[in-house]
Design a protein around this ligand. Sequence first.
Ligand code: BG6
Length: 483
Amino acid sequence: MEQTKMQRFPEDFLWGSASAAYQIEGGYREGGKGISNWDTFVRIPGKTYKGTTGDVAVDHYHKYLEDIQLMAEMGLKTYRFSIAWTRIYPEGKGELNQEGVDFYTAIINECLRHHIEPMVTIYHWDLPQVLVDAYGGWESPQVIDDFVAYAKTLFRLWGEKVKYWITLNEQNIFTSLGWLTAQHPPGKFDDQKKFYQVNHHAFMAHAKTVLAYREMGGKGNIGASFAYTPSYALDCRPINVMAKCNYDDLKNYWWMDVYAYGRYPIAAMTYLKNKNIAPVIQDGDIEILKKAASEITFMGVNYYQSCVCEYNPTDGVTPYGEMNTSGIKGTAQVTGIPGIYKNPANPYLLTTDWDWSIDPMGLQFCCREITSRYGLPIVISENGLGAFDKMEADHKIHDDYRIAYLQRHLQALGEAIEEGCKVVAYCTWSFTDLLSWLNGYQKRYGLIYVDRDEEGGTLDRYKKDSYYWYRNVIQTNGESLYK
Ligand code: BG6
């Protein structure tokens, strides 16, 4: 809609950047840390790009002071990072590991010393392996109590210092890749019944965590981060618009409606019941989900791309088409659910080398949809461009393509704010370069270049051009975006 053009972002806007423990820390056997599902999974031949692991990652475990110093120099207002459950409870529960506690206390204190608001993700995909061995991890409802106990420990330790908590990162992604496409642990293929059951357990873990936070007196902000891929119908043929409607119910509202309303979308649930793959829901669960929904204070959004929806015939493409993990453009295959929808490429948008569409306006759509459907404040907990970066002989990294990407997405975000969406934070993905779960180290997202590749490297840090650009955006509170 046409609005007065914004010149600056809201005064208290949290300009941020993000990371995840497994992707940056390394030190996988240090400081008393236990083994996670990812420590195990990456050792299965063929599961990750060139067999990459997070054993060393970008060595944030030893370099966190340097990294936070770089954040401070940039003027970052918030730093989103995740806690490795296995550093707190190496055995998933039971005895607390003091060294792990000390590590994150140091990070939080260092952030606060630099006036950087710590934004903590409780779970960014690294589950203690012992819980998988004991009862199948997310497949068992037992995980709910263990998750809540772990989260309560974090609230007890840092509840006074941390004002932003993200319960789960991209529940929709770790469950899809874990139980449908076998690309993440536990590597199950096409197990739809389990997929929906696992999701129900994750929803209950999220909800009970939110309620525990409030019961413990937590007055800060809490919510989940959702990987939101908004959709466009291919054209105005009703069958394609219905494909979009079905996609939205099954791929977006299935998660966001539960977080925000504590209920599952009706048409999607009917479809699952007819196919006999609906989750088993215990008496009282829906009440808990609803209660938690009234206690969250934001919808976390990880936004990378939008998609197109077209009707998919019953003998059409499946969800299991090839994903581009090599960076060779054009190698991703079209996927979809036979008889419901498929997601062809958008001819109006450019793509990254990994075939992700580049769509700044899609971010505005996300904000508008959340605002009108849920009326919730929004935390953009991830947004960024994965690209091949090159360090020049003088140690400069001229990532003008990343600057262009971020600039256009922030302008779109500004439009959403101007239109009345309450966006409280924006985190670039990522602060330093890091391990991309399936794409190794060559798919870089950072504002800081880390000298390492699949084989190794010095692990030295270098500021990319985008680092200086973002510093200026923060210093001018967004004004530089409009110059
Ligand atoms: C999100 C995750 O899915 O996207 C991050 O929360 C991840 O952990 C990011 O790294 C980018 O994905 P990818 O596959 O390009 O590394």
